[in-house]
Design a protein around this ligand. Structure first.
Ligand SMILES: [Zn+2]
Ligand SMILES: [Zn+2]
Length: 235
């Protein structure tokens, strides 16, 4: 190979190469470099069978009637690499990151929801203002990719997000009230059967609860949730 050719090849590969979502090392393909991938913490041990959180952080009691059957997450949020993945997904809609998270989520679906026959997969929606500003809705990207992997039909969410309140700065009560006011059913919004509800992170579970309640109101028989990661929940 002549030098000119190989130099331009290197430049090309560097310009268009993927960088690790966590340490920015060039990976060429995939969302993470090999060493960051090893640091990922899978949410597999001592997990609550209902809210899917590590058992010491179970939110089931505090949430009360939750409207969804169960929630699962392949990752725990308090991990540098997981936070970086979620950040890249939310801020950029990064495809490699979306695919990486969905592969983990799909594996989790196959182990935890293997006996359930789903009619639809849908997402926890963002506000339209946010969607317009960013140009994408990260939970929609996850739901679409999960639909492609699993063959479960995607259905646009019959729910609309209306409130711009930043939930992450609120305490648990405010968060619950806010989640209740933040989501409404679209006019004529309907759905049926077993629904898989998708979001990026489960924090207190109040968002999933509000959306599951509305999905059931819209006609869903049962709602099962999956999020890419799960965080501390109530402190
Ligand atoms: Zn890395
Ligand atoms: Zn629980």
């Amino acid at each position: 190979m002549n030098t000119k050719n190989s130099v331009s090849k290197i430049i090309f590969r560097t310009l268009f190469a993927n960088k690790c979502a966590s340490c920015r090392e060039i990976t060429y393909d995939g969302a993470l470099c090999k060493s960051c991938e090893k640091e990922i913490k899978l949410n597999e041990e001592n997990v609550c069978k209902i809210c899917g959180k590590p058992i010491e952080r179970c939110v089931c009691k505090i949430l009360g009637s939750r409207y969804y059957v169960k929630s699962i997450s392949p990752l725990v949020f308090e991990n540098k690499v997981t936070s970086a993945l979620i950040y890249k997904l939310k801020s950029r809609g990064n495809k490699e990151v979306c695919n990486y998270l969905c592969a983990l989520m799909y594996r989790k679906i196959n182990s935890e929801y293997k006996n359930i026959s789903f009619d639809f997969v849908t997402e926890v929606p963002s506000t339209s203002k946010k969607k317009r500003r960013k140009g994408f809705d990260h939970a929609y990207l996850l739901a679409k990719e999960l639909s492609r992997l699993s063959g479960i039909k995607y259905k646009r969410s019959p729910i609309k997000r209306v409130n711009m309140g930043q939930q992450k700065t609120m305490d648990k009560k405010k968060r619950n009230d806010n989640a209740n006011k933040s989501y409404i059913l679209k006019r004529g919004g309907s759905i049926y059967g077993n629904v898989l509800l998708v979001d990026d992170v489960m924090t207190t579970g109040s968002t999933l609860k509000s959306c599951a309640r509305l999905l059931k109101k819209a006609g869903a028989k049962k709602v099962y949730c999956i999020t890419a990661s799960t965080s501390k929940g109530y402190k």
